[in-house]
Design a protein around this ligand. Structure first.
Ligand SMILES: NC(=O)c1ccc[n+]([C@@H]2O[C@H](COP(=O)([O-])OP(=O)(O)OC[C@H]3O[C@@H](n4cnc5c(N)ncnc54)[C@H](OP(=O)(O)O)[C@@H]3O)[C@@H](O)[C@H]2O)c1
Length: 314
């Protein structure tokens, strides 16, 4: 196999889309860093990928994206082992469908926000100088169609509860927290793209619609959710298709100059909605061409950015 010297880092590469993407890059001869929390599952996936791709340049490294300490150790290991980073894919995510209790990260950040928004932000900050060494550095954030819930004008991120401040009085909804944290990730995508533009680093997000859940993920679900997920899995496409999107967005000439964009599963640039009323709103909800204006409201952007900066300083 012809080895490419392009180095790609994928978080949550032991299952689902992350694993399929690791295999895709490995099969194409890239140097792949699989950043995984569960080293047992990680080792099994790593073995499968190296064998299937016949690529010896795939490395498994330990990372808990929800822990700032783990991120610091991981990033310094990456910097010590690799001369630069070309592609960074923030794929790992937390959602526990049946969860009713607030769960906090070691830094006391609500776990969906720690994993899906502030962890990726912190990693990006720590790896930015390494990405800057690349000829064509690209970051891709895994977003979701769940953010369409923000077409509802009443929907907001509960900024006052991101550290579980109201855990005694406000009901925990895993689904809302997940959607809020992915909206935060989208807002941070736009902010990061702006901040990193002068350093040549491109930052985009992919709006993932639906993909078959892996067996490992199904096993984590409560029995009721497992049945629902099983039924959805009958028609959901395999992760390999979405992994192709990761690959294309991060390597193709088509996307080499694109930054600060949300891209949908058909590889089209998604636009902020022009109107969120009447027929336009129906198109927003049922189509995949627009995202809620909430994501480009500067008040929301400044709030999430400042909170991220404050958390990283503390
Ligand atoms: N599948 C879909 O239909 C769909 C739809 C919309 C968006 N997405 C997004 O697509 C991405 C991949 O989803 P998927 O369906 O492939 O999910 P998945 O199979 O459940 O994989 C998620 C991965 O994230 C890892 N992870 C979770 N918390 C972590 C942490 N704190 N540190 C490190 N790794 C962590 C998991 O590792 P463990 O094994 O250690 O838990 C797992 O490897 C996610 O960002 C998800 O939000 C998926």
């Amino acid at each position: 196999m012809k080895m490419k010297d392009t180095i790609v880092l994928i978080t949550g590469a032991n299952s689902g889309i992350g694993k399929a993407a690791a295999l895709r890059f490995a099969a194409e001869g890239y140097q792949v860093i699989m950043a995984c929390r569960n080293m047992e599952l990680g080792l099994a996936s790593h073995r499968e990928i190296t064998e299937a791709s016949n690529n010896p340049n795939v490395e498994l490294m330990e990372l808990d994206v929800a822990s700032f300490d783990s991120i610091r150790t991981f990033c310094s290991n990456v910097k010590a082992s690799y001369p630069r980073l070309d592609i960074l894919i923030h794929n790992a995510a937390y959602i526990n469908h049946g969860e009713k209790e607030y769960k906090l990260s070691p830094e006391h950040i609500e776990l969906s926000f720690a994993t899906n928004a502030f962890g990726p932000l912190y990693m990006t900050q720590l790896l930015a100088d390494h990405l800057e060494q690349s000829q064509d550095p690209r970051i891709l954030n895994a977003c979701t169609t769940n953010i369409k819930n923000f077409f509802d004008p009443k929907r907001t991120i509960d900024f006052d509860n991101l550290r579980g401040e109201f855990r005694e009085t406000r009901r925990y909804s895993a689904y809302k927290m997940y959607g809020d944290s992915k909206m935060a990730l989208l807002i941070l995508t736009f902010k990061m793209a702006e901040q990193l533009q002068s350093r040549g680093i491109k930052v985009n997000a992919l709006q993932i619609n639906r993909v078959k859940l892996s067996k490992a993920t199904m096993n984590k679900l409560s029995p009721v959710w497992r049945v629902l997920a099983w039924a959805q899995n009958l028609t959901n496409p395999l992760p390999a298709g979405m992994a192709d999107n990761y690959f294309h967005i991060c390597t193709s000439d088509e996307f080499s100059g694109v930054t600060g964009q949300l891209i949908n599963h058909k590889r089209e640039i998604v636009q902020p909605s022009a109107s969120e009323q009447g027929l336009a709103q129906l198109k927003n909800i049922f189509g995949s061409g627009s995202y809620p204006k909430y994501a480009i409201d500067s008040k929301n952007a400044n709030r999430i950015w400042e909170l991220g900066m404050e958390l990283m300083r503390s």
